[in-house]
Design a protein around this ligand. Structure first.
Ligand SMILES: C[S@@+](CC[C@H](N)C(=O)[O-])C[C@H]1O[C@@H](n2cnc3c(N)ncnc32)[C@H](O)[C@@H]1O
Length: 243
């Protein structure tokens, strides 16, 4: 089944940008509904794995409305959230404003940019994260190589995304959820079923956790591991740039 927002090749980025422009205002609500709130727990895990300390610098790619960026910044880390969607960044900036000037913990800086051409020199960040972003890139392999480039030696590279469960029965149940319930939630709460049917379509074209780990090894990252969540329905890929 094809999807209006999934077009391979050169037009991919423009379609993905359209998609997020369409759903930006409802993105956070629907995330909570479709994951039963669990995405918050998985994002906390990403932040723990980043092993950041005050004084460190972190980059959160495809930051969207900023969940991971805010969580990193709240740990006293100089954090940059980067995304190419103006609308998603507008929501992130509104969240920042709503925290108020007296907020005790620092805020991230949000910048527009392409995760496949990161506007920072090599060896810049102690941690580079991407949540539900790698799958959306025209070339996820290139995105991963860019993450490696801008990480400092010893820097952590962490990818959170939808996964492909190894167990065939669980995979069928989970894909049925992505095929039916998730677009229905998108239709009811955002008036857009296609934008949410896109998740399954993009996942079919994304080789997920095992291939990402393989690519991390090819890129000569150290301590590469896969952390499967919910039986592999979600996954975190972790690696470190060698010192
Ligand atoms: C599913 S959202 C994830 C948002 C956030 N990281 C989260 O976990 O809630 C994916 C984000 O990736 C962004 N994105 C997709 N391709 C991009 C690219 N090439 N460069 C920068 N951002 C991109 C989209 O604009 C969107 O905000």
């Amino acid at each position: 089944m094809s999807n209006v927002f999934y077009v391979p090749g050169e037009q991919r980025a423009a379609k993905v940008n359209d998609l997020f422009a369409n759903i930006a205002r409802r993105y956070d609500l629907i995330n909570d509904l479709q994951s039963f709130g669990l995405h918050r727990r998985w994002k906390r895990r990403v932040v723990e794995l980043a092993k950041i300390q005050p004084g460190h610098r972190a980059l959160d790619l495809c930051c969207g409305t900023g969940d991971i960026s805010f969580a990193l910044a709240q740990r006293g880390v100089e954090t940059t959230g980067l995304d190419f969607s103006e609308k998603m960044l507008e929501v992130a900036e509104t969240r920042k404003k709503n925290r108020g000037p007296k907020s005790r913990t620092p805020n991230p800086t949000f910048i527009p940019g392409d995760a496949q051409a990161i506007p920072f020199p090599e060896n810049s960040f102690d941690a580079v994260t991407v949540g539900y972003g790698l799958r959306n890139l025209t070339s996820w392999e290139h995105g991963l190589a860019e993450m490696r480039r801008v990480a400092k030696p010893g820097g952590r590279i962490i990818v959170l995304d939808f996964g492909k469960p190894a167990n065939a029965l669980w995979r069928a149940v989970y894909f049925a959820h992505l095929k039916m319930s998730v677009p229905l939630i998108g239709l009811l709460f955002c008036g857009n079923a296609s934008a949410y049917a896109y998740i399954l379509e993009s996942l079919k074209h994304y080789p997920a956790q095992l291939a990402v780990a393989e690519k991390m090894r090819e890129l000569k990252l150290a301590n590469v591991r896969v952390i499967n969540l919910l039986g592999g329905a979600m996954a975190i890929n972790y690696g470190e740039k060698p010192v």
